[in-house]
Design a protein. Sequence first.
Length: 404
Amino acid sequence: MAKCKGISPTSSEVESHILKLRARFPRLVEVAVAGRSTQGRPIHAVTVADSQRPANDKQHVLIVAGQHGNEESGRMVALAVLDWLVSPGGRQTRARQKIVVMPCVNPDGADADTHLTPGGVAPNLDHAPGGAKTSEGIAVEKVADALQPELFVDMHSRGYAGCSYDMVLYPGTKEYTEDDNILHAIAAEMAQAGEQAGIPQMTHPLTWSGWGGPDPNQPSTTMYAYRRFKSIVILTENSESNDYSYPAAVRIRSGLAKMKVLLSYGNRRHPKLYYRGYPCYLASGMFLSGIVAVGKTAAQRRASRLAAWENRGAFKKLSAGLPEKPREKRFLFQYKGKVLPAGAGIQTFARGRLRVKSVTLNGRRLGKSETNGYYAWHDVCATFVVVVLPRIKAGTYRIDVRYS
């Protein structure tokens, strides 16, 4: 492996790259300044989306890189993602998703080749529940709050590792949800793609204190995105050092391969969820008995997800009637929170590929509807039903589903 020469890309090189991309693809690329660094350098946010497709039916993605200035690989991979998104290979992704990339959050650190900001702060740990304090952290939160993303990606590098392994990591999640299973599966598939592209990979939860640790109120960007938006959250680490690193082309190839896998989830359909897209719409509970976001468009489901996630503690006694009958399911719950005008769905199931005979909510028979009724589908061994409550207010609810 060759000894590294110089720092690249610098903040000015990043800026030059994204401005050239906007000039070449004005219909696909927008460049905005989300804020200014401690020393006044611009912190850019680059949006890629197909403007010919409805904006209200696009999922939102935020990719953040360069929070630590001495981690060049993250900035390189972020730029490579942008290049791929505007290429023919990215057509399907930009059609169904609005992707915002912040390729150099800490431009002062990038140009000085330092880990922290000039004020001695790690921007990735500036996201306590009370809000960011640094200009770099504020810029990230400003963009994230506008997007309320389904997917949040935090790109880093193991800056002193040299020629070692890369990592795909994910935050600790709320207990008794499917989130840990979902994130682990995504990370494992990404790691496999990274290895096929040429660099060994590791994957595990973000338990180390340098990433923020397992505390749900940790100030890291990864936990911020999960805590606030229930985003699918992934952190990547590329191995590098100023002395020895894998060739830049190899690091980029491996990083991009992982990102292609991750972004493909926005166009897939999880077999235990009804809609295509990132599997973050299960707001609480499990696939077989839980609260899911509802709505015919991505924007409607986003509003439903955020409200249900924020008020998840107000859903009380969410339980199936026991013992469960084979072709008749009863679901009981109480809601003790504020009114949820975006509504939510209650998801249940029965074994076998069955026909839904009837669905009632507090004794009222429901028809098939994605907005005010029920909808159903099958996976390999079960029939799923979501009962849609278009507006939820405090009260007690009973759901009965009969199958034939």
